[in-house]
Design a protein around this ligand. Structure first.
Ligand code: VAH
Length: 316
């Protein structure tokens, strides 16, 4: 059975629905620290699990005979800069609890998300390679770099089958993101429907690697389904789809909403975005286990605007 820790989050919630589709509702246990995502809580088996409390994780694993864990609970880049030690504690303690359950043989397979945030200002910014200079300047990036090292260590020294992806910014419509620097790319679509205008917290030419949620979920499923011997990278795979700027997103929206207006008021998150790559070389993922994205900016924009206008039409 599969346990998703942090199922209420932006990726966790859509991952839960997808895994239930693939494996059956009763084989997928969603968990988070609160009941606040009521749609998710009422959609299937849900448990309160505190990812930082080893006993809390173990009780849920034993109760439901879990053999696979997707650890999606984390504090993201922007919030992590406000609460550095909380970000370190949450992101690292949760990973150790899950890796140690796998080391003891209680858990057979682990997914843990890393991020392009592992790269820093000294990393080559264009077509950033799988193996490169990594001097992350955010706490979140430091936790992802340290976490990748531990995943690789537990695989090499204890045979733990842990698999990981360095996600770019992820764009989705079902659940709002939680405190990331790339959140503008989600907010802009909501505002396009609600107000036909958006005040962007990054500069118009800030190019960042991004991905539509369906591609991200497919990548996780494909990686976890791949034969273990094909998963050669056990720190975390580079993963990419599109590289876009706020200006390009606004132009794509204007094809559907011609009078959409965007303004720019860069805030502290600009400093974070400026340390990250503009584009990523993910050829290892494509070679090792057949990764390939399906959504470009226009196709993603169509999906986002279609689903959000339906979602908001219901609540009017
Ligand atoms: C963040 N959405 O902004 C996350 C992600 C690459 C960005 O790690 O922190």
């Amino acid at each position: 059975k599969i346990l998703i820790i942090g199922a209420a989050g932006q990726i966790g919630s859509e991952l839960t629905y997808k895994l239930r589709e693939l494996h059956g509702d009763d084989n997928v246990i969603a968990s988070d620290i609160t009941y606040e995502n009521t749609a998710l809580v009422n959609s299937g088996i849900f448990e309160i699990v505190d990812a930082q409390d080893q006993a809390s994780v173990r009780i849920c694993v034993d109760k439901h005979k879990i053999d696979t864990i997707y650890l999606m609970a984390a504090m993201l880049s922007a919030t992590g800069e406000k609460y550095p030690m909380k970000a370190w504690d949450l992101n690292m303690n949760s990973l150790f609890h899950v890796l140690n359950l796998a080391k003891e043989g209680i858990i057979k397979k682990v997914f843990w998300p890393s991020s392009i945030a592992v790269f820093g200002p000294t990393t080559p910014k264009v077509d950033t390679p799988q193996h490169s200079i990594m001097e992350p300047s955010t706490v979140y990036g430091i936790t992802k770099q340290a976490g990748e090292r531990w995943c690789d260590y537990y695989h090499k020294n204890y045979g733990v089958d842990v698999r990981s992806l360095r996600f770019p910014g992820i764009i989705s419509w079902k659940t709002m993101p939680g405190g990331g620097t790339t959140d503008y790319a989600v907010e802009i679509y909501h505002q396009a429907i609600l107000d036909k205008s958006y005040e962007c917290f990054l500069k118009e030419d800030t190019e960042l690697p991004m991905m539509f949620m369906d591609d991200a979920i497919n990548a996780m499923v494909e990686l976890m389904d791949a034969a273990s011997e094909t998963v050669k990278i056990r720190s975390s795979y580079n993963l990419a789809a599109i590289s876009i700027t706020p200006k390009e997103v606004s132009e794509a929206i204007k094809k559907h909403i011609p009078d959409f207006r965007i303004s720019y008021s860069p805030d502290f998150r600009q400093k974070i975005a400026d340390t990250w790559p503009k584009s990523i070389d993910d050829s290892e993922a494509r070679t090792d286990w057949g990764w390939n994205q399906k959504f470009d900016l226009d196709k993603m924009t169509e999906e986002m605007l279609k689903n959000l206008s339906e979602k908001y039409a219901k609540v009017k």
